[in-house]
Design a protein around this ligand. Structure first.
Ligand SMILES: CC(C)(COP(=O)(O)OP(=O)(O)OC[C@H]1O[C@@H](n2cnc3c(N)ncnc32)[C@H](O)[C@@H]1OP(=O)(O)O)[C@@H](O)C(=O)NCCC(=O)NCCS
Length: 334
């Protein structure tokens, strides 16, 4: 069987226009900029317009256009779209097929949404990587996009302040140039369904459809047990990162950059400390954009590339953890 090396060909990101600061939250709920900053590291987040034009597929279109330009590719060069989201534009059809049309892709490429919460982007890259490695496809667009502002419960002040909207993408493709060191080296993905109650949304599916009564209450929104998530997050992120590094036969000191999921600055710092990553190697964007679930890793990565921090040839560890409970880690030479 053929076996191809894979690499990140290009990345992009897109956020809604509207900035919602901690002070804006303090006007509508009992909180303060001081509490949110100290407990989470978040200063502001973006909230998408309810008027349209900034739904997940719209943000994905903007981010993909940037990635295509960076990779010097055309929309029809994409063979597969994997769209990771827990907040799709519609129940049906998938965001991936909507995005295909919005991008003007006419090659009838495969298109699918995946639900792996905050680990969705890493799950998507893993799937794309293995399909490209085996020769099934040549190039995949992996999207992490969310509109979490629709699903936050303003009656739960500990969780509503954590989330934001945004999108990050990566185009993954073959690397057939033996002189080009860029490569996805290892990926690890996993889940532990027993932690389901730590972060869930109980209504709106087949088991508990929305009813007029439910729609009048906050039961319709996402519900999180923050302390439990915090504890499991640090342990799981550390374990899966270590296992991805071991599979790549690398030590943490070999890594130039660590791009963790952006859920809480204290989770990022605790994980970095456990892994032994110096603070200056950790990429952070939670202060500006909060937790955008599947979008945190690709936006943090892309932002660091754009800022000239992450350069071609650098070794990068990306790790995420989320509802499910899911987790994933990638080691790439960018
Ligand atoms: C949610 C989270 C920020 C809460 O932080 P915490 O330090 O655990 O805070 P607590 O829930 O213990 O609350 C401490 C106090 O602050 C109060 N508080 C909670 N939210 C507040 C807010 N937004 N503003 C002001 N005070 C707040 C609480 O009522 C509590 O007050 P009390 O001591 O008088 O009862 C934190 O647990 C967290 O980030 N968890 C993980 C989140 C995560 O990983 N999410 C997704 C993973 S994909």
């Amino acid at each position: 069987m053929s076996f191809f090396r894979t690499k990140i060909l290009g990345t992009g990101m897109c956020y809604p226009q509207r900035v919602f600061s901690n002070d804006d939250f303090a006007k509508i709920i009992d909180t303060s900029d001081e509490w949110i900053t100290e407990r989470t590291g978040i200063k502001r987040r973006r909230f998408a317009s309810l008027e349209g034009g900034e739904f997940p597929s719209d943000l994905a279109k903007g981010a993909t256009e940037e990635a295509l330009q960076n990779a010097n590719l055309k929309p029809n060069d994409i063979d597969l779209i994997i769209f990771a989201t827990i907040t799709p534009d519609y129940r049906l059809p998938s965001c991936a097929t909507i995005l295909q049309t919005k991008l003007g892709i006419t090659n009838q490429c495969a298109a699918v949404d995946i639900v792996a919460a905050c680990s969705g982007f890493i799950y998507g890259v893993t799937m794309a990587h293995s399909m490209i490695q085996t020769g099934l496809i040549k190039r995949a667009l992996v999207v992490g996009a969310e509109m979490l502002s629709r699903e936050i419960n303003l009656e739960d002040r500990a969780s509503c302040i954590l989330f934001g909207d945004g999108c990050g993408v990566a185009i993954i493709g073959r690397n057939e140039d033996a002189n080009d060191p860029s490569e996805i080296l290892t990926t690890k993905i996993g889940a532990d369904g027993t932690g389901r109650e730590f972060f869930q949304q109980e209504y709106g599916g087949s088991a508990n459809p929305f009813t007029p009564e439910v729609l009048q209450t906050s039961a319709r929104f996402m519900a999180m047990q923050g302390k439990e998530m915090f504890r499991v997050a640090v342990r799981t992120l550390t374990d899966i990162s270590t296992s991805a590094l071991e599979a790549a036969n690398l030590k943490i000191s070999d890594i130039h950059w660590f791009v963790p999921h952006q859920a809480n600055i204290r989770i990022i710092e605790a994980t970095g400390n456990r892994l032994g990553v110096p603070a200056e190697k950790v990429i952070i964007n939670i202060n500006e954009y909060a937790n955008t679930s599947a979008a945190t890793v690709p936006t943090a990565f892309h932002g660091a590339v754009k800022a000239g921090q992450i350069k071609r040839g650098d070794l990068v560890l990306m790790s995420a953890f989320g509802a499910g409970l899911t987790a994933g880690s990638l080691v790439v030479r960018y």
